[in-house]
Write a protein that binds this ligand. Structure first.
Ligand code: PMP
Length: 343
């Protein structure tokens, strides 16, 4: 047991201070100028979902532009969480279902013509549901466009470490925006990368232009959190803090994270090889090009229905699968079923 704490006291409204400090460092990096200049406010929230919701509530109350652009497609709960705060939803092109890759041109066009000051939601890494992320160079182009157009970036970081196996590399998109002097929101979750789903542990960080603004933002966040859930749960924060502050536990965690990520890559490769060996019609290389926990298989609704009916394989009707839920043992059966569905 790494966390022996039997303390069940209430936490402060903004959560455990040490957890907040360590979480900010994990996302923005130890050398972050924004952290050094006290321009980052981090508050512990009820996992990724409520971090998004608290951020959206703050924007609805204090930000002049109430339009949020979401990637098309996006995590199914994004529209609910953001519209519940009273913000208006629009989408930007992200994924091209014909080529099964990032629609980078479409993304640039849509953000280039977005309403001035609009909020733009980005998946920091491991885009759910497509498994398609921009490259570092593309992120830099996106950053320049966002800053030129005065858009407000809001990152959702639910898979840090599970894409490259390295926590720093997976935070690159956030760090680009976090160190350019501009404002930026980040909702973070430890559900996947620490396997703490049921603890509901995550954080919201807001990078502000000055330390004075950051102090004011923090006090406004308290006013938003207090009537929503009063204060966040303690146990998950104690677990995360114990891991992040202890060198040995941190090392153990990052090793396990890398092993989980390597397994995802290996299962992708195994599925791809099985389909190639069978001569299943089509180009399946997207399965190994996509990253993180999710894969958009490219199967259509009829093919997904076929898999369910004939093989008792259950997946989202849009063809998305969670690679983490596929065991190596099950890959031959799954590949055989896909083969039957497409021929
Ligand atoms: N963002 C994304 C992109 C997700 O995929 C998820 C969960 N699947 C979440 C946020 C929220 O997860 P949680 O509330 O458990 O942190």
């Amino acid at each position: 047991m790494i966390c022996r704490s039997a303390d069940k006291e209430y936490l402060p409204i903004t959560g455990m201070p040490e957890f907040n400090k360590l979480s900010a460092k994990l996302m923005f990096g130890s050398g972050s100028p924004a952290i050094k200049e006290s321009r980052v406010v981090t508050v512990q929230c009820v996992s990724g979902c409520l971090s998004l919701r608290v951020g959206a509530e703050f924007l609805a109350k204090h930000y002049h532009q109430h339009v949020v652009y979401l990637p098309e497609p996006t995590y199914g709960n994004h529209p609910n969480l953001i519209s519940a705060a009273g913000l208006t939803l629009k989408t930007y092109r992200y994924y091209d279902p014909k080529t099964l890759v990032l629609d980078f041109q479409g993304l640039l066009e849509d953000l280039g013509s977005a309403l001035t000051g609009a909020i733009v939601l980005f998946h920091a890494c491991g885009h759910n549901p497509t498994g398609v992320d921009p490259t570092c160079q593309q992120w830099e182009q996106i950053r320049q466009l966002v800053r030129q157009r005065g858009l407000l970036p809001f990152f959702d970081c639910a898979y840090q470490g599970l894409v490259s196996g390295n926590l720093d590399d997976d935070a690159q998109s956030i760090r680009m925006f976090g160190c350019d002097g501009g404002e930026c929101f980040v909702a973070q979750s430890y559900s996947k990368n620490m396997g703490l789903y049921g603890e509901r542990i995550g954080s919201l960080s807001i990078v502000c232009k000055t330390a004075d603004v950051a102090r004011r933002v923090e006090s406004q966040l308290k006013l938003i959190i207090r009537p929503l859930y009063s204060n966040p749960p303690i146990h998950g924060a104690a677990i995360v803090t114990a891991i992040l502050k202890d060198r040995d536990l941190y090392q153990k965690w990052t090793n396990e994270l890398k092993a989980m990520r390597d397994r995802l890559v290996q299962v992708r490769r195994q599925l791809y090889d099985s389909l190639c060996n069978k001569g299943t019609p089509g180009d399946w290389s997207h399965i190994i090009k996509q990253v993180g926990m999710y894969s958009f298989t490219g199967l259509n609704k009829d093919q997904v229905d076929f898999l369910t009916r004939e093989y008792h394989i259950y997946m989202s009707s849009d063809g998305r699968i969670n690679i983490g839920g596929l065991s190596s043992k099950a890959v031959p059966y799954f590949a055989g079923a896909i083969h039957d569905a497409v021929i």
